[in-house]
Ligand binder design. Sequence first.
Ligand code: ADP
Ligand code: ADP
Ligand code: SF4
Length: 585
Amino acid sequence: MRIAVVHKDNCHSKKCGTECILYCPRVRSGDETIALGEDEKAVISEELCVGCGICVKKCPFGAIDIVNLPEELEQPTHRYGVNGFALYGLPIPVEGKATGILGPNGIGKSTSIQILSGQMRPNLGIFESTVSWDEIFKQFAGTELFDYLKHVSGKEIKVALKPQYITYIPKAFSGTVRDLLSKTDERGALDHLVDELALGSILDRDIKNLSGGELQRVAVAACLARDADFYFLDEITPYLDIYQRMAAANLIREVAEHRPVVIVEHDLAILDMLADTVHVAYGRPAVFGVITGPKGVRVGINDYLEGYLPEENVRFRDYAVVFEKRAHTKEAVREELFTFPQMSKTYDRFRLSVRGGEIRKGEVLGLVGPNGIGKSTFAKLLAGVEEPDGGPLAEKVTISYKPQYVSADSSDTVEFMLRRITRRFDSSYYQHEVIEPLALGPILQSPVDTLSGGELQRVAIAACLSRDADLYIIDEPSAHLDVEQRMNLVRVLKHHAEGKECGVLVIDHDIYLIDMISERIVVFDGEPGVAGEAKGPFSMRDGMNLFLSGLGVTFRRDKSGRPRINKPESFLDRDQRSKGEYYYA
Ligand code: ADP
Ligand code: ADP
Ligand code: SF4
């Protein structure tokens, strides 16, 4: 079984000379295998296509994909028209359970949810006529989805939704946080949600003036406050620190005790504590996606990291993601790059003190700590954007900085923007070390202001790395990146640090990412919004122990070596705490 997918946004038949048609061997021998549709976009006949792949190579805009599907796939659940994305399978919302979907962006997760919520009737890949619900039931006969879809067909499902991107909320709603939340308070649970998500102090703030982290917590509260048959939350962690992530996860678990909850989450330590079961989603983003049956959360995450699904006998990645069991160190081989002194910075209501330390050539340093504790202030002090109390730093380094919140207001294309920053755009180093691993190829011709949050994040990281600097400071690069993209990010930043003998500072709240990417860490503690202290850099073991002891959370290792959050007060939790081993136990 083979499918041909035409990415219509990338198909510009007036600009390319329609080489896909000219060179298709089937067209040359007289068949109409590729033709232009009424909209001047390529239409490929999957019946006639022999899968040679010539059109894929000839298209200068990467608009065509021809893919052989795994044998076991039969009829799709839904297809977005002829040559559109094809979805196989659906996740199953289950009463009393939190169900995770684990997979890359663009693999059909939102499409599944639109189907499960009754917003879209699946077409089973049939476009000629409207598919009846009876035909749909037949595809799911004998599965747990059968009864569920019967409800959907009767339009009996009320869904509460937390969308992936929250920046549209201030555009769609005007008023205060209290106004918005009181409208959604259908369960009478608002006070509890406000307490647990620490929203009390911002209730009278205008939605327009919230930071991303505040908006994210309001969006989670608004979703969970509803009285719905089924809750869907598409990524809860962007812009939240680890305390806030755990608080949101605990609230979701509470709701899941009595209603089905489906969640997409790429912070795997959080997904692991949050979900009971997961469906792995694999395939090729924007081409086809397969949603597997449910798996226990431990097994599902481990299979995903392994890149191999034993039950389905499918390998979808040619390498496994592994965690080092012992704290890693390369300290001995690094030379000093820059020493920052003991210093402080006092604002009206906040004071940061920094103990002082050194940054080494070629290392990636992790910066961890809650929101509002002074991490960005520290970055600004190093960058010289802010002066410490008592005068400027004696030693100067040049800094390239990617802020936590990235916005796009330019209609220039991604390529145009990057070329303006770097003269090395065409070098093979830049192509191999930046463009390819950040998967920017397909969006180089897109205007920056049309990019999705995840695309914009990758462009902002590339832009930051394109500048010449001694030190690169990258604030929350994981926001809106899927697990594959996070793994690629680890590789890109490590190579960048070593290749350029510079320092890379990464502020992030995804513990797995921090573990994989950092050679040492700086730990920020204190009272958010009041006083913070930057301690370190420490070795991974000492730093993680200091950070996690403040958080009161311990991690054990499962058989595969993956760290998992211990249940509070479990035997292992108490044992590890008494030994002071919070992470590399
Ligand atoms: P995810 O939620 O996993 O990121 P989506 O379900 O949003 O993925 O989309 C999967 C793919 O389906 C997208 O990459 C896009 O190519 C395609 N798609 C989504 N919505 C539409 C639509 N309305 N029309 C045509 N194609 C669509
Ligand atoms: P983090 O990066 O850890 O989230 P920040 O360094 O952004 O924390 O902020 C720490 C505290 O300093 C916050 O309470 C913030 O409101 C305050 N702050 C940051 N910049 C300024 C400023 N220019 N003037 C006054 N207060 C500030
Ligand atoms: Fe023609 Fe199919 Fe070959 Fe494309 S892959 S050139 S459509 S035969």
